[in-house]
Each structure stands twice: as structure tokens, then as C-alpha cells.
Design a protein. Structure first.
Length: 454
């Protein structure tokens, strides 16, 4: 990218960006004190706040949200009469899972094979660095032409709703003419993409109890109701034989009519083993962007090592249900809960606890802000036109913002293209994507300001 001041400026800023992302990735900022100390999230929040102050943001504050996390806010005033743009990212991250499976330490940004590896490098600490790069380039090239609000969330990965509740209680704080959510990604590295839909989600914990205590499997097995076996049978009821999600009363036959996801590309991106089939029916895009999907994300049961020959008295599982646009997460939660209560075998005692929820989202890609974004992407990705795709993940804040500010345009971009492997071991970010998307955002802000001045 040459011949344009903003791309050249951002290219010159990339070494600084790498150094800053290295510092930010070093915080083990998993928003669950049972996994990592809360001080790690607090340190990351302070780092973000200091970065905003260094860029002349005003009213920088660490907001204590109802779920116990902190979100970081700052305001950068623009020219008189300029529109206001809200830029979003989050500094909390998923746990690194099996640290031994990482080629390099998860909280040490490591360059390898042309990518930067580390937990949160793409999702979504890199998203905050993207915002900083865009703003710095504009400041170096005549100034930021819009007023900018930045909000960096501290518990997005937990789905506990802290920032959503805070925004609802302080409705003027995040008000903006347009909102850029920097937490999605291109459909493929090098293909400029805005995300037009997000699936919502609900997260439930279910516990089955069948006995007062564990029993010797030789003495009682065969007649005593095994809670773990009951749990396996209950969880199996959530899928058809072909792997499709089957929650009683939940519609699961919607179709996706936009950009398609070829099966061969999906198998490669998902690293599906040779000979193993995909689950569900319809196109891949139908399955991951337009239909509900249930996943058992954890089971409490005895480990194989050290297991005793016992009939289990209790079993517990955590279930995630992704909810597509057009469906309501509240209703999906009720249906999933009713399904679990109805399908527990042998009269097992069932308790269900909701631990997280977020509504699905659909953007209006015909809005003027998307025209400004398409023009920006055309420069940042020469020869490429902006594409629109869905995303199977959830960003609960989107619907909260859409409800609070119905006139605001909401755009979703980011660094989480398939090679990034977000939420998995060896997460990484492409520095080229970081550079191009920073250029995109800077040019978008300039284009958007110009469109409002007409």
C-alpha cells in the first residue's frame, strides 16, 4: 500500500503496534477469578486507559460494571459539528486451554511464519491496537475528523452482560451516530469483509442427581441409576443422528442467502480430520450462520486417571446454544430448559441454571456508513470489493446498542479471520490484516465525516 499518506503512516507504525500488542497480550486477562487472578484484568484495563490518555482522550475512566468487571471508556472530541463514532473492542480473553499444546507461551506474543501468536492477539486485544493505529494515522495526516468514543470491554468472553447492563443504566454514555465493533474478522485473510449477522447465545448448566452418594459398580451396577449415564443420554437428545441440533420447539431449517462457505474450505479452516464428516444438513453457511447450534462445552465427571469402579450419583454439564438472527434468545433459553427437564431419563432429579445469554444481531448493510466502509476497503485492499458474511459467534453488546441507539449505524470488522484460530490453542493475528484493517478504519472515519458534511 503506497502512494497514500494514511497507508504509509500505518506501515511506519507497525513496529510500535507489535511492541504494544506484546505488552497487552502479556496480561492473563481471563475474566474469571477462578482461572486467573482478577489483578490480571485490572492490569490490562489500566494499560488500555493509559494508552487512551496518551492519545489525548478525555474523560478516560474505568467503569465498574454489574458483573464485577471493568470496561474502559474515553472520549476524543472532533471538529465542531462532526459526527460521533464509537469504537469497540474487548481486552478480556478466553483461557488458553491446554498450555502444553501451544507452540509458544500463550501470553507471550511470538512471531512465527509471518504471524504473531498469543492469546488475545486477534480476539480482541489486536482490535484495540487497530483502533489506536487508525487514530494515530489520522492525527498525523491533518487530524481526526470525527468525535470518537472508545469503549473496551472487560468480560465479553464470559457473556455475563456487565457492559450491557452498565450501558442501559447510563444510556447517554455510548451514544453515537455510528458504531464500529472491532471484534469480528474477514471471511478469509485478504478478503475485506463486514459481518452482517451474529448468532446470539444462551449458556446453561444442568445437573442430574440420582443417588445419595456414589456406589460400588459391582455391587449395585445394573440396577442403580447412574447419573453420568443419564447425562450422556440427556445430552444425546440434543442432536439428531446426522448431528443437527434438535431442541424441542426450536426452528432449525433456516437458509443463508448471502456469501457461501465452500465445504472444502470449511473443512480446512476447521481442521476436520480426513474421513470425518461434517454434521448437520444444508449448506455450511446455513449451519453456522442461519441455524441454532448446541455444543456441550464441559462435563463434570471423574477423570480417567484415578477413576474408581463406581456408579455416579451426580453429573453436571455446561451447554452453549447459538441462536440465529430471527430467533429470540429468551425464547430459546426457555425451550432448551424445557427440553432438558423433559428428556432426563429414569426420573433423575434435574436442575438448570442460566449462566449467560446474548441476543442475535442483524445489521443494515444498505446504510450510508457501509458505503463509506466499502470505499475504504477498496483502497486498503486494492482490487477487492467489500463482502458481507455472517458470523456464528455472539457479541451481546450489539443488540443492547441497537436498542439504545436505534438511529445509529453499526458496522462489524476485525482481525478474527479463520487462520487466527480464536478461542483455540495457538491463536494468532496476521500483521498484514492488522495493517490493512487499520488503514480501512482510518479511511472509513475520513469518508464518513465527509459524507456527513455534505
Amino acid at each position: 500500500m503506497t502512494g497514500h499518506p494514511i497507508p504509509e503512516t500505518i506501515a511506519s507504525l507497525m513496529p510500535r503496534a507489535k511492541a504494544e500488542l506484546t505488552e497487552l497480550v502479556a496480561f492473563q486477562s481471563v475474566a474469571d477469578p477462578a482461572v486467573y487472578p482478577k489483578s490480571e484484568c485490572e492490569g490490562a484495563a489500566e494499560w488500555v486507559a493509559a494508552a487512551l490518555r496518551a492519545e489525548d482522550f478525555q474523560d478516560v475512566a474505568l467503569l465498574d460494571t454489574p458483573d464485577g468487571s471493568q470496561s474502559v471508556y474515553g472520549f476524543l472530541p472532533g471538529p465542531e459539528g462532526a459526527p460521533t463514532v464509537l469504537l469497540y473492542a474487548h481486552y478480556d480473553v478466553q483461557p488458553p486451554l491446554d498450555e502444553d499444546a501451544w507452540i509458544s507461551p500463550p501470553f507471550e506474543l511470538t512471531e512465527r511464519d509471518g504471524r504473531w501468536f498469543g492469546r488475545g492477539s486477534a480476539d480482541c486485544k489486536g482490535g484495540f491496537i487497530m483502533h489506536l493505529l487508525a487514530l494515530r494515522a489520522l492525527k498525523a495526516d491533518g487530524g481526526v475528523p470525527v468525535s470518537v468514543k472508545v469503549i473496551v470491554e472487560g468480560s465479553e468472553e464470559q457473556g455475563t452482560g456487565g457492559l450491557e447492563r452498565y450501558a442501559e443504566a447510563h444510556p447517554g454514555l455510548l451514544a453515537a451516530d455510528t458504531i464500529v465493533i472491532g471484534d469480528t474478522g474477514n471471511f478469509r485473510a485478504g478478503l475485506p469483509t463486514v459481518t452482517s449477522t451474529l448468532r446470539g447465545m444462551t449458556m446453561l448448566r444442568v445437573q442430574l442427581d440420582t443417588l445419595e452418594g456414589n456406589l460400588h459398580s459391582g455391587q449395585f451396577g445394573g440396577a442403580a441409576p447412574d447419573a453420568l449415564a443419564a447425562m450422556i443420554q440427556l445430552l444425546a437428545s440434543l442432536r439428531a443422528e446426522d448431528g443437527s441440533t434438535t431442541v424441542d420447539g426450536l426452528t432449525a431449517d433456516e437458509e443463508w442467502d448471502g456469501l457461501q462457505y465452500p465445504e472444502a474450505e470449511f473443512r480446512k479452516d476447521a481442521k476436520v480430520l480426513d474421513g470425518v464428516g461434517l454434521i448437520g444438513t444444508g449448506t455450511v453457511a446455513d449451519r453456522i450462520w442461519a441455524r441454532p447450534a448446541v455444543t456441550v462445552i464441559g462435563i463434570d465427571c471423574p477423570a480417567v486417571v484415578g477413576a474408581t469402579p463406581s456408579v455416579q450419583a451426580s453429573a453436571r454439564a455446561q451447554i452453549s446454544l447459538r441462536v440465529p438472527p430471527g430467533q429470540n434468545a429468551d425464547e430459546a433459553t426457555k425451550l432448551l430448559t424445557a427440553h432438558l427437564l423433559a428428556h432426563a431419563p429414569w426420573g433423575a432429579k434435574v436442575s438448570v441454571e442460566q449462566v449467560g445469554q446474548g441476543q442475535p444481531f442483524r445489521a443494515d448493510i444498505a446504510s450510508p456508513a457501509y458505503t463509506a466502509m466499502a470505499d475504504a476497503m477498496r483502497v486498503a485492499y486494492p482490487g477487492q470489493e467489500m463482502q458481507s458474511s455472517g458470523m456464528g459467534g455472539s457479541i451481546p453488546l450489539c443488540n443492547t446498542l441497537a436498542g439504545l441507539y436505534p438511529e445509529a449505524e453499526i458496522l462489524l470488522i476485525g482481525l478474527s479471520e479463520p487462520e487466527a484460530q480464536i478461542h483455540a490453542v495457538n491463536e494468532s493475528v496476521s500483521p498484514e490484516e492488522l495493517e490493512r484493517l487499520s488503514v480501512t478504519e482510518a479511511l472509513f472515519l475520513r469518508n464518513y465525516a465527509a459524507s456527513k458534511a455534505v
